[in-house]
Ligand binder design. Structure first.
Ligand code: FES
Length: 399
């Protein structure tokens, strides 16, 4: 065994190390401010690829019926939109009656289309949905639209995912899956994708033509329509069960991607458990906030319809606002006219991560994207947290 020789430290070394922090501090204080204003190419490139904000103009609108519309967005300054990973979303930032409202919307075009100068976003009008209703009723060609840069972690990852992905989707939740299918056709992604798309009837199927085009361009994508309320030739009938998934997975190892309405996840979670998939091979895209928390396991029935008092500390200000136990804390803030930081609104991205100073809360397991340490030290994601008593939270100092 070889021995490591340790250098002996003397008084001179101790003095050197003791004085080092003071010397460093002096250098920082003596630095001429203009030097730190230097522009670096790498920073400019990073800002270009990961912009905080993009200003678009609506270049075309496709009405897909049943309150679903696709908007083609081109950058106002004529440059290409930021490239993205198929499955990501942008956050729409819209001012309505003087209030800034932000909501995530999936990109339904493929990443290669950014090089043609546009992205498509598809919006479905949600019952009681504030921004979706506004968009569907008011957006018209030529309007300016502000969005964030591409966000979200719901995309294929070569190192983590299997080469075969079974995507279970319902309603307008098909949009990120369509983007993945297009990315495979354009060669930007390389995996086999089998889409099990649940709809009530054939009339409710979205993007049928787009999928036909993709399947003409590549044999790596297969679409199977699963109709719950009717039967049709070439379609499966019923729900997306573990047996149906197994039927299309065959003997291959596969990753399961899910993207659809809340009710679909509740059903699919049980089916995924029967398949014995480990956590990293079952990925979900949560669309917006959890609704009707009282229907979820663990919600105390007596809290329903109660209104508590919520104190919010943010950016040096304090607000006391009412907080309905039926809605998450972020919505309570927005109802009070306060714009809290948010992106995914589904408990996953951590952008609204806040400290719970006081109070009891309900956090649904379905959207609990907190890290282990955050759970232990009392941090919450207000977009996926429901008050069960009067509470105090400290939000991050960002919008
Ligand atoms: S906005 Fe993403 S976790 Fe709250």
């Amino acid at each position: 065994m070889s021995k490591v020789k340790l250098k002996k430290y003397g008084l001179k070394d101790i003095i050197y190390f003791t004085n080092k922090p003071k010397e460093r501090e002096k250098r920082i204080q003596d630095t001429v401010p203009s030097r730190s204003g230097a522009k670096f190419k790498c920073n400019e490139k990073a800002a270009e690829r990961h912009p905080d904000e993009q200003l678009f103009v609506i270049d075309g609108i496709t009405d897909r019926g049943k309150g679903v519309k696709t908007y083609r967005l081109k950058k106002k300054d004529g440059t290409d939109p930021a490239f993205f990973r198929a499955g990501q979303y942008v956050v729409i930032r819209q001012e309505i009656d003087g209030k800034l409202i932000a909501r995530p919307v999936s990109i339904s075009s493929g990443p290669a289309e950014t090089l043609d100068g546009y992205i498509d976003v598809t919006v479905k009008e949600v019952e009681n949905g504030f921004l979706s209703k506004y968009i569907i009723e008011n957006w018209k060609e030529g309007d300016e639209v502000k969005t964030s840069g591409p966000q979200g972690l719901f995309y294929y990852e070569f190192f983590r995912d299997e080469k075969h992905v079974i995507a279970c989707s319902g309603g307008s939740g098909i949009t990120p899956i369509l983007s993945m299918a297009k990315a495979i056709a354009s060669g930007d992604e390389d995996f086999r994708l089998t889409v099990l798309y649940g709809s009530r009837t054939k009339k409710d199927i979205l993007f049928a033509e787009e999928f036909d085009e993709v399947m003409k361009a590549t044999d790596k994508v297969k679409l199977v329509n699963v109709l719950s309320d009717s039967r049709a030739k070439g379609c499966e009938h019923g729900f997306i069960t573990a047996d149906l998934i197994k039927k299309y997975a065959g003997d291959d190892a596969f990753s399961l991607f899910a993207s659809g309405p809340q009710a679909m996840y509740e059903f699919l979670d049980a089916e995924a458990e029967k398949l014995g998939l480990d956590l990293k091979h079952y990925r979900k895209e949560i669309f917006g906030s959890i609704k009707e928390p009282w229907t979820l396991p663990g919600y105390p029935a007596e809290a329903k319809d109660k209104v508590f008092s919520l104190r919010v500390m943010m950016c040096g200000d304090e607000y006391d606002i009412p907080c309905n136990a039926n809605e998450n804390m972020l919505v309570a803030l927005e109802r009070a006219g306060i714009a809290g930081p948010n992106r995914c609104r589904g408990g996953i991205c951590g952008w609204c991560r806040s400290r719970l100073v006081e109070g009891d809360v309900f956090i649904p397991e379905l959207t609990d994207g907190r890290r282990g340490a955050d759970k232990e030290y009392g941090y919450i994601h207000p977009c996926a947290t429901f008050a069960l008593s009067d509470a105090v939270i400290e939000m991050p100092n960002r919008k």
